[in-house]
Write a protein that binds this ligand. Sequence first.
Ligand code: MBD
Ligand code: FE
Length: 285
Amino acid sequence: MTDTDTAVATAHASGNAATDKFKTARVSCDTSPERAGAIYRDVLSALGEIIHRHEVTYDEYRVVKQWIIDVGEYGEVPLWLDVFVEHEIEDVNYSRNALAGTKGSIEGPYYVANAPELPSTCTMPMTEKDAQATPLVFSGQVTDLAGNGLAGATVELWHADEDGFYSQFAPNLPEWNLRGTIVCDDEGRYEIATIQPAPYQIPHDGPTGWFIESYGGHPWRPAHLHLMVKAPGKEAITTQLYFAGGQWLENDVATATKPELILDPKAGDDGKNYVTYNFALDPEA
Ligand code: MBD
Ligand code: FE
């Protein structure tokens, strides 16, 4: 390993980790040839229309071809797709199912299944360095649409540390740092002690960063918590929670914020931030 590998989470290293994780579960679906053909024809004709509208040059075509090769070689396919495309997929699936419960948001590239279980009142696994950050006590209840607490609910929580690093996608962090599967009590309640995450720059020293630079954009996401909430007989939700007044809320590079998903923690006398947020789950489709 070089110094760079151990000191920072490069786009290349975290990208390859995300690609490898994604590949461990080979995905398939039963899309019919008719539907596949209709989607591909529409994608290609939209692309053709854009090429004509902007009179895309041969040099531009070759630059894009090289860039796509680079995205693959750097392992940034999950990163680029989840930042720039996933929010549309999340949106259309939310609307189609007409879910009435807590809003969803994108999963992003850094979810890891099967995080160790923690009791309903718990402290997230964290390093001594993390423990210096502002504590956040996050409590609430998983309910049905009528507000009844749900037995058997779990809340999977994963988030970055103050430096913007996710365990398993950055070097030198304990495997399950700031990741856990919280097993709620019999009424769906939880009280999780963690830390305030900081605004987050997606890895931008690789092709995703060059892409952002090419149009004069920025690589920032507002500070966020990732969650997956499940209960027996209910639709699971994947979502994110943000922080009122936080930077980048209005111009998240991943276009994944929603007004219903913003926390407003209050500082307690003990120097910790406290917030309550409940999750309402729709019945299973
Ligand atoms: C993240 O932490 C994230 O949430 C998204 C959507 C993309 C890259 C990194
Ligand atoms: Fe994230």
